[in-house]
Design a protein around this ligand. Structure first.
Ligand SMILES: Cc1ncc(COP(=O)(O)O)c(C=O)c1O
Length: 371
């Protein structure tokens, strides 16, 4: 009898999925060991270089004694705090173990085989894999010349099979944003048969004067889901916490597919404490602003094209093979994100590090590029 492998037994939708790029990526500590590096400056994952809120770290220590108890499955205190912050009801919020978990939950809850999900290209890959896993078709609309989502083209692509449309604002990997006016125009035209997912993983870095308040549409009960994470601005990627703000009838559906204890007890106390730490938030904002202006200025002076970013990263045309540059920089102790898989073989996405590390990065890049 012939032995059946995992692949023989897997659902066809799983076999059709590409292997996740960062499931294969080596951890920084392993890279350092292999390359004999004393320091590796991590500029590839859009994390917060300042670390996390000291109040959150203290809350984690204080709560360590209670891990024998299950967490609050409703995330009551965090939902209340977030609801107050965004002027919605706690019932409009669903928390889970990271925004990625919620992307998977949205696909599982809403996408039937043969239905369509529209997304801009390049885009955060997890949307595509999760839609594929559900047997849905992914319709990709290239970004416009400003490198942001082409909302008119996305609207034109909507048909009877379209269940979901994803906007990432600010956009990852470019950092470019859709304005209040652009979103208002889009919302006036999009049919309610299509769920609009607005991924705002980087919202806290964006300028509120120009950035749209998507909760306005949620308060009007439009079929809009705002997705957020504590992995970036809040500096808590290692704890895994994300949430969705949406009308209650949408949250009620999603709640059915999200595991009750998805957010562990330590994450809950730390996230609540972090939400109260305005000092850390102000420091994070200031550090990102300073890094962005320094790095963008230096990169543009070196002749690199760098669109204005409202995130904690820059999308940089380095004018050479980005995979090759990645290898060279890695050997010199800097980890950046090459964008070939997104169709940009000459671009890297560069997250911000601490000021002295940013300066050393620029000096090293000048040396490598010979500029
Ligand atoms: C646009 C976007 N959405 C979602 C996520 C996932 O965030 P989390 O770490 O909460 O899973 C990321 C992480 O890089 C992201 O860039």
């Amino acid at each position: 009898m012939q032995m059946k492998t995992g692949k023989d037994l897997a659902r066809p939708a799983v076999n059709a999925m590409p292997v996740k790029s960062y499931a294969n990526a080596k951890a920084p500590a392993i890279l350092m060991q292999e390359l004999g590096l004393d320091e590796l400056v991590i500029m590839n994952n859009n994390e917060n270089p300042l670390g996390s809120s000291p109040m959150a770290i203290q809350a984690l220590r204080d709560a360590a004694e209670e891990i024998n108890r299950y967490p609050d499955s409703k995330n009551t205190e965090i939902c209340a705090k977030l609801a107050e912050k965004y002027n919605v009801q706690p019932e409009n919020i669903l928390c889970a173990n990271g925004a990625d978990y919620l992307i998977a939950a949205m696909a599982r809850a809403f996408l039937n085989p043969g239905e369509k999900m529209i997304i801009g290209l390049p885009a955060y890959a997890y949307y595509e894999t999760q839609a594929q896993l559900m047997g849905a078709e992914v319709v990709k609309i290239p970004v416009n010349e400003r490198y942001t989502f082409d909302l008119p083209a996305m609207l034109s692509a909507i048909d009877e099979q379209t269940k979901m449309l994803v906007i990432i604002n600010p956009h990852n990997p470019t950092g470019v944003t859709i304005s209040k006016e652009e979103l208002a125009d889009f919302m006036a035209k999009v049919p309610d048969s299509c769920l609009v997912v607005v991924d705002e993983a980087y919202i806290d870095f964006a300028d509120p004067a120009v950035f749209p308040d998507v909760c306005e549409y949620i308060r009007q009960e439009r079929n809009v889901l705002a997705l957020r994470t504590f992995s970036k601005f809040m500096g808590m990627a290692g704890l895994r916490f994300g949430y969705i703000v949406a009308p209650q009838h949408i949250i009620a559906v999603l709640r059915k597919v999200v595991e009750a204890y998805s957010v562990n007890r330590l994450t809950q106390v730390a996230c609540l404490a972090a939400l109260n730490d305005e000092e850390f938030a102000a420091a994070s904002r200031a550090a990102a602003e300073e890094a962005k202006s320094y790095l963008r200025g230096e990169l543009m002076a070196m002749g690199c094209e760098v669109p204005e970013s409202q995130g904690n990263f820059l999308f940089v045309d380095v004018g050479m093979d980005a995979d090759e540059l990645y290898e060279k920089l890695l050997r010199k102790g800097f980890l950046v994100f090459p964008c070939a898989a997104w169709g940009y073989p000459h671009h890297i996405r560069l997250s911000f590090a601490m000021p002295e590390q940013n300066r050393r990065f620029i000096a090293t890049l000048k040396e490598v590029l010979g500029r």
